[in-house]
Design a protein around this ligand. Structure first.
Ligand code: ADP
Length: 469
C-alpha cells in the first residue's frame, strides 16, 4: 500500500516536472522564433550573433535545434547534418498549414523530448485550421501566419536522474519504515505480553502451594481485570480449602472422641486387679455405647458423602408425600411416646410430588427426630403439609429447647452442635441437619428455621412439585 502510494506520488511528480520543463523550453523557443522572424530568417552573419546563440541554447538543452523556413528548407541545424536540406515531415507540414502543434514527443527511451514551435508573423493573418473542428470553430478569428517551424529536441536526463534518485530514496524510506514498524511491533508485543509473563510466573508460584498470596499485575486495564478475577477465584479456592481442612480436622476429632473414651474405660479395667464382674459389665456396656456412637458418626459421614456424590444421580419418582410422612411418623411415634411427646400430623391436601423418596425421607426423619431429641418431656410436635400449584411445604414445629439466634445460621454446618454436652446425651453427631439441607438442595428446595430459646423451633421446607434438573 505504502509502495503503491509512493509510486503514484513519484509518477505525478515526474509528469509535473516534465510539463514544467516543456513549458519553459516552449517559451524559450517562442523568444527564439521572434528573433528569427526579426532577422528575416537570416541566421549566420547577423549582428546580434543569433547563430551562436542558437548553438548555445542547444548546448544548454543538451539537444538539437532545427529551424525550417516557409519553403520547408532547414536554415539551421545545430548538428549541421540536415543544414540546407528540406524537411519533408507531416508534423511540420501540419504546422505550416496553421494547425496547433501537438504538445511533445518523447524519444530515445524517455531520455529526449521533441517539441515543435511555429514561427508566427502577426503582420500576416490567416484563418485558424483546427485538427478537430466543430461548427462553432468556423467563427474563430484569423490568426498570424506561420512563417516557419522551430524543432527543438532537448534532454530530460536530469529528470530521469531525479526520478532514479527519488526511487532509491523511496526504497530506502520504505525499508526504513518496515524496519521501524518491525521494531515498534516487537516492542509493543513485548510490552503487551509482559503482564501475562508476570501473571504466568505468579500463577506458577501460587500453584506450588502459596494459595494465600495475591496476584498483582500492573499494565493495561484488561490485565488488571484479569488479575482481579483470578484473585476472586483464588479466594474462593482458599475458602473451599479452609472448609475442607476444617472438615477433615472435625472428622478426626469426632472419630477420636469415642476411641479415647473406650481407651480410658479399657485401661481402667486393666489397671485394677480382681475387678468385680458388675464393674466389667458396666464398663463393657459403656464401651459398646461408644462403639455405637462411632458407628453412627461413620454412617452419617458416609450418607453425607453419598449425597454430595449423587448430585447427578437422583432417583426421581412421583411420590405421595402424605404417605411418606405418615410412614416416618409411624416409626418415630414410639420413641416420642417414651417421653410423652405428642406428635400431630396435619395435612391440608393430598400432595404428589416428583422426589427421590430415600433422600427426602432422610431429610424429614432428621427434622422430626431432632424435634423429639431437643424437646422437653411431655412436649408436642406439629407436622403440617401444604401445597400450591408449584411447591409443597412441610413444617415441623416443636415445643423444645429452641436454638439461640446467634447459632441459627450454623446449625446446618457439619458437626455443629449448640450444646455439646447435651448432644452427647442425645447421641447427636452434628451431621443430621447438614444431611437434611443437602437432600433438600438436591431437590432444588429451601429450608428455613424460626426458633425462640425455651419456646420451641419450627423448620419450614419448600420443595418444587415437579423436579427440573
Ligand atoms: P445432631 O446430631 O447433634 O442433632 P444436627 O445437625 O441434627 O446434629 O443438629 C445440629 C444442632 O442443632 C444440634 O446439635 C442441636 O443443638 C440443634 N438442633 C437441631 N434441631 C433442633 C431442634 N428441633 N430444637 C433445638 N435444637 C435443635
Amino acid at each position: 500500500m505504502i509502495l503503491t502510494f509512493g509510486q503514484i506520488f513519484q509518477r505525478s511528480y515526474h509528469e509535473k516536472s516534465l510539463q514544467a520543463k516543456i513549458t519553459q523550453v516552449q517559451s524559450q523557443c517562442n523568444i527564439l522564433a521572434s528573433q528569427v522572424l526579426l532577422n528575416e530568417f537570416i541566421i549566420s552573419g547577423t549582428t546580434d550573433n543569433l547563430n551562436e546563440e542558437i548553438d548555445q541554447f542547444a548546448n544548454v538543452l543538451e539537444g538539437r535545434i532545427i529551424i525550417v523556413d516557409s519553403d520547408y528548407k532547414i536554415i539551421k541545424d545545430t548538428y549541421t547534418i540536415e543544414q540546407n536540406k528540406h524537411m519533408m515531415s507531416n508534423d511540420v507540414h501540419d504546422i505550416m498549414l496553421g494547425k496547433v502543434p501537438s504538445n511533445c514527443k518523447i524519444m530515445n527511451q524517455n531520455q529526449y523530448v521533441e517539441i515543435m514551435v511555429p514561427i508566427l508573423d502577426s503582420a500576416v493573418m490567416t484563418p485558424t485550421i483546427d485538427t478537430n473542428p466543430t461548427p462553432a470553430k468556423n467563427s474563430n478569428p484569423p490568426s498570424p501566419q506561420v512563417q516557419g517551424v522551430i524543432i527543438c529536441v532537448f534532454s530530460i536526463q536530469d529528470l530521469v536522474e531525479t526520478d532514479l534518485y527519488m526511487q532509491s530514496q523511496g526504497r530506502f524510506l520504505y525499508a526504513l519504515f518496515i524496519f521501524i514498524a518491525l521494531v515498534i511491533s516487537v516492542l509493543l508485543s513485548l510490552w503487551i505480553s509482559r503482564p501475562f509473563h508476570v501473571l504466568n510466573q505468579q500463577i506458577q508460584h501460587i500453584s506450588e502451594g502459596h494459595l494465600d498470596e495475591e496476584i498483582e499485575i500492573e499494565g493495561s486495564t484488561e490485565s488488571e481485570d484479569l488479575a482481579a478475577a483470578l484473585n476472586q477465584l483464588l479466594s474462593k479456592i482458599q475458602i473451599l480449602e479452609n472448609s475442607r481442612q476444617e472438615f477433615v480436622s472435625n472428622v478426626s476429632h469426632e472419630l477420636k472422641t469415642p476411641i479415647t473414651s473406650m481407651k480410658v474405660l479399657a485401661d481402667s479395667l486393666l489397671s485394677q486387679e480382681d475387678t468385680p464382674a458388675e464393674m466389667y459389665r458396666e464398663f463393657m456396656g459403656d464401651i459398646a455405647e461408644e462403639i455405637d456412637r462411632e458407628n453412627k458418626i461413620i454412617n452419617d459421614l458416609l450418607t453425607l458423602v453419598r449425597l454430595d456424590k449423587q448430585a447427578e444421580n437422583m432417583n426421581m419418582n412421583a411420590t405421595n408425600i402424605n404417605q411418606l410422612l405418615e410412614l416416618l411418623l409411624k416409626r418415630i411415634r414410639p420413641i416420642a411416646s417414651k417421653r410423652n411427646i405428642e406428635i400431630v400430623f396435619e395435612s391440608m391436601r393430598e400432595v404428589i410430588a416428583e422426589v427421590d423418596e430415600v433422600k427426602l425421607s432422610l431429610a424429614f426423619s432428621n427434622l422430626i427426630e431432632n424435634a423429639v431429641k431437643y424437646n422437653r418431656d411431655g412436649g408436642w410436635i406439629h407436622v403440617t403439609l401444604d401445597a400450591d400449584h408449584k411447591f409443597f411445604y412441610v413444617k415441623v414445629a416443636d415445643s423444645g429447647v429452641g436454638i439461640p439466634e446467634d447459632c441459627q445460621e450454623q446449625v446446618f454446618e457439619r458437626f455443629y452442635r449448640v450444646d455439646k454436652t447435651r448432644t452427647r446425651e442425645t447421641g447427636g453427631t452434628g451431621l443430621g441437619l447438614a444431611i437434611t439441607r443437602n437432600a433438600i438442595l438436591l431437590h432444588k428446595g429451601a429450608i428455613k428455621l424460626y426458633s425462640e430459646p425455651g419456646q420451641g423451633t419450627t423448620f419450614t421446607v419448600r420443595i418444587p412439585l415437579i423436579y427440573i434438573s
